[in-house]
Design a protein around this ligand. Structure first.
Ligand code: DX5
Ligand code: ZN
Length: 217
């Protein structure tokens, strides 16, 4: 059985005591830390930006998986590299020149991710999938933690997996939104490599154990 990479989303962390939550993450089997940046324009919510990520960086050596839910992401690629992002995902819906954005991210040494909204077809990735390191499949409409998982995602992940195999791409499939202990295994069986989990991890009684359970589900 394939073991997924677990990426707890700090959108659900305690912002008044990030240090404690990062200590928990460091002790856990989480491989990535998922960091959601929202601008109040691309999505109807504002989260946090560059200075907060800079403050988080010394708290952990784990992979910072930064998910930009912002318009005009190209303007900020270098700045996210400087504050310590390791993977940078831009939304396909926010990029007029997606190929250029991917190249720019990779030129900084970061891994290039592309996030796609629930309404966006996988077929739009046909001409770039070979260049992409990670596809972040949104399984909720982006903007908030704790939303209900959209069931169509299973089929979408299976179609994306086919595309990746057909084109011999190395892209990882990440699922973002509404991931629980109940749907984790089915997602991995359909082809998911990375599971993001905010609410499921941070609102559980024992987050370290929940991360382990997600990994072994
Ligand atoms: C939603 C964000 C997610 C969010 C997931 O817009 O991109 O990363 O934190 O939260 P849960 O796991 O609670 O659905
Ligand atoms: Zn996210």
């Amino acid at each position: 059985m394939k073991t997924p990479i677990i990426a707890p989303s700090v959108l659900s962390a305690n912002f008044a005591n990030l240090q404690a939550d990062f200590e928990m993450l460091n002790k856990s089997e989480a491989d990535f830390i998922h960091i959601d940046v929202m601008d109040g324009v691309f999505v109807p919510n504002i989260s946090f930006g560059l200075p907060i990520i800079k403050a988080m960086r010394p708290l952990s050596s784990k992979t910072f998986d930064v998910h930009l839910m912002i318009v005009e992401p190209d303007k900020y690629i270098d700045a996210f590299k400087e504050v310590g992002a390791n993977i940078l995902s831009v939304h396909i819906e926010a990029c007029t020149h997606l190929h250029r954005s991917i190249q720019k991210i990779k030129s900084t040494g970061m891994k290039a991710g592309v996030a796609i909204n629930p309404h966006t077809s996988i077929s739009l990735l046909e001409d770039t999938i070979e260049e992409i390191d990670l596809v972040c499949v949104m399984s909720v409409n982006p903007g908030f933690g704790g939303q209900k998982f959209i069931e169509n995602t299973y089929d979408k992940v299976a179609r994306l997996k086919d595309l990746i195999l057909k084109q011999n791409s190395k892209a990882l499939i990440e699922i973002d939104g509404g991931v629980t202990l109940q749907n984790a295994r089915k997602l991995v069986d359909k082809g998911a490599d990375v599971l993001v989990a905010g609410n499921t991890v941070f609102n559980s009684e024992n987050p370290i154990q929940t991360i382990q359970q997600l990994r072994n589900s």
